[in-house]
Design a protein around this ligand. Sequence first.
Ligand SMILES: O=C(O)c1ccc(O)c(O)c1
Ligand SMILES: [Mg+2]
Length: 617
Amino acid sequence: MHNAIATVSLSGTLEDKLRAAAAAGFDSVEIFENDLLGCALSPREVRVMLADLGLACSLYQPFRDFEGMPEPLRARTFDRAERKFDLMGELGTDRILICSNCSPHALGDTARIVDDFRELGGRAAVHGIRVGYEALAWGRHVNDHRQVWDIVKAVDHPAIGIILDSFHSLSRKIPSDSIAAIDGDKIVYVQLADAPLLDMDLLYWSRHFRNLPGQGGLDVTGFVAEILRTGYDGPLSLEIFNDRFRSNSAAMVASDGVRSLDMVRDAAMRRIGAATIMPPPATILGTEFVEFAVDPKDRERLSAMFTRMGFSPAGRHPTKDVTRWRNGAANLVMNGEPGGFAEAYRTTHGTSICAIGLKVADGPATVARAEALGIVREPTDLPAMPALRGVAGSLVYVVDQADADAIWGSEFRSAPAAPGAGSIEAIDHLAAVVPNDEFLSWQLYWRALFDVQVQTAQDVIDPSGLVFSQAIQSPDGGFRLTLNSTDARGTLSARFLHQSFGAGYQHVALRTADATATAAKLAAQGLETLAIPANYYDDLAARFGFTDAEIERMAALGLLFDRDAEGHDYRQFYSRAFDKHFFFEFVERQGYDGYGAPNAGIRLAAQNRYREEAVPL
Ligand SMILES: O=C(O)c1ccc(O)c(O)c1
Ligand SMILES: [Mg+2]
C-alpha cells in the first residue's frame, strides 16, 4: 500500500505537479487526462520524467461516457479506449479509471453495461491493463458503488474491477459498511477526498470544494477502514478538486497530502485494530502558557496592561530576560531576551505572541507523532520542553503533564503567588489569523497531530468583509483554538496579517468563573475595555428578558451575552488591543461550548470604530 496523488490536486503545469509530488515523497501519481493534453511533453517523455523523479504512474483517468452507449456511439467509445490503451503503454501505466456515464445518450440497461465491460476487459487484457469502474455521484444511471460492485461481479473478468472514491460514496451518505461485500482483489484503485459539509449540488460540491482528509467533515477514516478490511493493499490516492488548491503552492498541498494520507491510514488501522505506525493523536490537557516576544520600548506598557488584567510577576528566569506573569491558573510569559528566538520573532512581527505551551498527556509520544507527520521540530535550549513549528514560525512547546510544575520551578525563580489575583481559571482559547491559502493547511496540522474535534465553521461579518472562523477543540474543551482567515482586505483579520507580517495569534481568551465580577474588578484597576453600543443591549433585553438593572450593568462593563439552545449561558468582554495588534478576551462559560458567534460581528464593529486612532511609536 502506498501514497499517491492525482495531478488534478496540484497547481502548475504537469511538470510542476510531478516535481511537487516527488519532492513531498509520494510514490506514484494519477495522471489526469487534461494535464497531459495541455503538456508539451510526449507521453514517453513524461514517462522518462516520472522515472527520473522516482515516481510511478499508478492510474490514467478519466475515461468518460463509456458504458451503455447506443450504436454508432458504442463503436466509437471502443476505438477511443484502444487509443488510450496505447497511450498508457507509452506512459507506463496499467490502470485506467472509467467513470460512470453522464451522457444523455447513455442507456441504463444493466445487461448492456455488463456486456460492454466484458468486451472491454478482453481488449484491456491484451495490453496487460486493468480497468476500474467508478460511480460518479451524479452519474446518469450508475451513481453508487454498490451498483458498480454488482456490475463488476456480473462482468466477472479479471481485467475489470471497481474504483472506490470516498467523495462519491460519502457525499451520497452510502454506508461504508457496504464495502465489506467487495472482494479486496477486485478493487483496482482507491481515491480519497474529504469535503466540508455543504448542502449543495453534488457535481459543484465535488469539483470545487473537495479537500484533504482531515480538512473536511466526511468520515474518510471509516471509509478507509472498510477498504483495509477487504485486504486491499494498492495505492491510497488523493483526488482533490479544489479551487484554492489550483492557486496554492503545489509544494504545500503535496506535503500536506502526505501528512493527510499518513494520518488517515493510521486512524483507519487503529479503527480496525491493526498494528499502527505512529503514536495515537496526542491528548492536550490545556494551554499552559502564552509567550510574548516584547520589544524593550513596549515592555512597560505591556506590563501595565498585564497588571490591569490582574496578572502579577510570578517568577523570573535566573539568567535570561524572561518573566512569568500569573493570574490564577493562567500564565503569560514575557520574553525580552536579546539574541534568541523571541527577538528574531519580534523583529519580524513586532511585540507579539511568539509561542504557546501546550500541556499534553504524553510529551515524548506527542513529539514522535509530530515527527511521523513531518511537523518540523525546532531546536531549543530547553531539553524538557521540545518545540514544534507553528503558525507564522511561532513555536508550540510540548509540555508533558508530569513536567509542567517542574518546568516553572527549574526555569524560573518563583515569587510567591500574589494572593487575591486568582480570578482566571485557565487560558480558555487562542485565536489565530492565517492567510487564506494556509487555512486548510493549519486545520490539518492541528487535526492530524492532536486528538481534537472541529465545530461547524462560522462566517463572521466584519464591517469590511467576511471572515471564516473554524474552532478546533479537545474533546473536554480543555484546549480550544479558532483559526480565522479572510479574502477581504479591509477586515481586522486582514489588517492584522498585513501589520504583523504574517499569520499569528491575534487574541487570547481567559476564562473566569464570573465575568461580571472580573469585568468590574479589571475596570476598577484601569483596564480599558471595548465599548459596546446601546443598540446591542436593547436587543439583548428583548431576546432574553433581562431586567433594566441587569442590562445597565452589562452595558457599563461592555459585557456580551449568548445562550445556547440548551440554555447554557456565555458572557464575554474584550480588552482594547495592544497597539492595534493583539488583544484579550475574558469569558465565562456556564456549560456553553461555543465562542459567542452571534457577538463576533458586534465585537468587530466595535473594534473597527478605533480604526483611525494612532498607534504609539
Ligand atoms: O468530476 C469528475 O468528472 C470526476 C472525474 C473523475 C473522477 O475520478 C472523479 O472522482 C470525478
Ligand atoms: Mg474519483
